[in-house]
Design a protein around this ligand. Sequence first.
Ligand SMILES: [Zn+2]
Length: 382
Amino acid sequence: MSSQNSSRIHPNDPLWSKALTLHKKAIVIDTHSDLPMRMLDDNVDISKRRDKGHQDIPRMLEGGLDTQFLAIYISNEYAGNSAMKRAIEMVEPVFAALDQHAESIELATSPSDICRLKKEGKIAAVLALEGGHALEGSLLALKLFYRIGFRYMTLTHIRHNDLSDSSTDEPKHNGLSDLGKEMVREMNRLGMMVDVSHISDAAFWDVLKTSSAPVLATHSSAREIASLPRNMSDEMIQAMAERGGVIQLCFGSAFLHPAWAERGKEVFRRINESKSGALDLWSKIWAELNESDPLPQPQIDDLIAHIDHVVKLVGVDHVGLGSDYDGVDYVPEGLDDVSMLPNITFALCKKGYSDAAIEKILGGNLLRLWQEVEKTAALKHS
Ligand SMILES: [Zn+2]
């Protein structure tokens, strides 16, 4: 798929240059990408433009992306089976790439790093742990991951683990486990953001009761529109927003479009039958279903509909972007890869969102949340 400007929607519209100017000025933050898994498993060299996948440095720069949270994603199949080793193996190629390409990308561990790197014209890379089973039950490991630079943790993935139930698996703890609650309190103490994407609804409410800091969903969308259990109900979005939290919308077609969400539920049903935690199975089942009965590709307006929905529900201070690029296989037309992020800004301008509102959605809300989490943290660098 072309990743040149030709895929942009309305380059001749006079609003396009205004949108591009605003996009360049804003701090653009994406809270979820699975690029590290591609770096480890597929030897992806992020300095080179690929014709596959969604992200690399050239396309990030072209898309005006300022900050990318990089998920160290640990499949549930590693739980109890070298999960921490898998995390260490995945984070090393990220550090190696940061060393090698220091002129264009740098590790960020605070909101002030994000602002500094924006001024320097470099991409800020923030580490994130997806799958709390990688800690193998150790609070000390959580602290060490924080010290390495990890700034949020997704408590589990598509299956329950020792910390939490999952939105796509049978409950084991009826929410968070006692260890899960302890981890959330320790994350608050450290200043690590708590990600409620993937966890069950009961676990979500446990997190809200347990966390002294606002929380975020790093890659989920609105269940009211796309009824995937991975998405958040209006009640959840409202409760999270009341406490200063943010929903960072996922670009995966199943997260955005009603018909795709129905198919997503069928994919999860088949994965559950197989008892596997593996992502490659997810891709295989999706490909089979889409081949036998293709669905129309969602459009960028399907993402904008989720933004509108959240804004109507809780205002403009609680929504942002969490693409899940290089983790999902199907994305809307016009968001085919990271180079196309300005299309979102254009679509929001077209809809009449103010410049200030657009800057919040593109990254301002996430920065505010992170600053809050830092403020409530007890541990500085002791
Ligand atoms: Zn995920």
